[in-house]
Design a protein around this ligand. Sequence first.
Ligand code: DC
Length: 228
Amino acid sequence: MKKIIIAIDGFSSTGKSTLAKQLAKELGYVYVDTGAMYRAVTYFAMQNHWVSEAHLDKEQVVQNLNKVQLRFQFNDVLGFAEMYLNGVNVEKEIRTLEVSQNVSRIAEISEVRAKLVQQQQEMGQDKGIVMDGRDIGTVVFPKAELKIFMTASAETRAQRRYQELLGKSQKVTYNEVLENVQQRDYIDTHRDDSPLVQAEDAVVIDNSDLTREEQFTKVLALVNQKIR
Ligand code: DC
């Protein structure tokens, strides 16, 4: 069977990572969550007080990018790779609403994107990879054999993210989460560098009314067409 690159792009909280993890497990592929990389750089900038809701010191972020070392390490118990920032596991820290509120502005910085895209391309050299993000099928792997573009209504996505954050005992309201989802949609689709757009050859999956299983079955059929 042929090894391929599967690129999954789409709006935030559309369940990209759930699908990507399912596929990676089924196929024995490596899963890379590129959002975690942008989140880790954001967390680094927050720790150094270069970004907050009110301010962004872009120059400092860019000048200190060489001090950011990112690594994914597979966790056998969880069944996926966790993000390490300068040797420290930051998987929990990068998933907070505060990081979500700052990440789109960090992801707008071209120097940040260039560094992370290069690392992502290196990870895909041997194929056999499922990568999710916003620009995977358009910028990182424009020649990926299978491209999926995921979407769902903002309300459906906010509800899912809200439940997820509650499950992690984070104190948030549904409206805060909905506002964050809408803000990120806007910034992600309007930024100058690598905005979120659907690749021409991507297959669109709107999962507003699909269960996880239905979605997985649908995409696995597409994968099988490519690898057999
Ligand atoms: O997938 P996520 O919600 O964890 O991503 C966090 C943010 O990172 C998202 O708002 C936009 C940005 N991002 C990006 O610009 N490009 C990617 N390939 C992945 C994420």
